[in-house]
Ligand binder design. Structure first.
Ligand SMILES: Cc1cc2nc3c(=O)[nH]c(=O)nc-3n(C[C@H](O)[C@H](O)[C@H](O)COP(=O)(O)O)c2cc1C
Length: 158
């Protein structure tokens, strides 16, 4: 099975989870890059508003051809109990190209169920595996949760 892992990360937490998953699966990786500057405290607030309003954002062109992959794993930070706008842009623009999807998200503490439900709603596909990582999970059960996610993917035998 050919797997692509695509993620967006503002402060590299989701990037860390993406790295662990992709190393264990030995899969291709694509980072979604936003054209909008989202660094700093003020941009944190404007990003919250963008997430709540689902304001469209322009992402940089993607390199990987989604049609070549049996499974795309998509990772996002939780923003205001939904996915980050760059991930919303990626999923919306490509929703007809995915064969199978799996999802993961990182957050401080809450909003992950709604985030993954929204990712499924946008694409019209249920994730074959789902992973969420709160800050506590990252500090205390990182490897256990990543391994469980990978097992779930492998069991599906896409
Ligand atoms: C705009 C914004 C909104 C956020 N909203 C939530 C939230 O609703 N719930 C939560 O638990 N964490 C929230 N967070 C925290 C991030 O989800 C968390 O720090 C995440 O792991 C960051 O991932 P990243 O480093 O890959 O960007 C928010 C962060 C940002 C920047």
């Amino acid at each position: 099975m050919k797997i692509l892992l695509t993620y967006y990360s503002r402060t590299r937490v989701t990037a860390g989870v993406a790295k662990a998953i992709s190393q264990k699966l030995n899969c291709d990786v694509e980072e979604i890059k936003d054209t909008k500057d989202r660094s700093g405290a003020i941009k944190y607030l404007t990003s919250c508003i963008d997430a709540l309003r689902e304001t469209p954002t322009v992402i940089e062109p993607i390199d990987k051809d989604i049609l070549e992959y049996d499974l795309v794993i998509v990772g996002s930070p939780v923003w205001a109990a939904t996915m980050a706008n760059p991930v919303l842009a990626y999923l919306t623009e490509n929703k007809d190209k995915f064969k199978e999807l799996a999802f993961f998200c990182t957050c401080s503490s809450s909003g992950y169920e709604k985030t993954i439900a929204k990712m499924e709603e946008i694409t019209g596909k249920s994730g074959i595996a789902k992973l969420f990582m709160t800050k506590t999970d990252i500090d205390s059960s990182f490897d256990v949760k990543v391994d469980e996610f990978i097992e779930n993917i492998n069991e599906k035998n896409v």
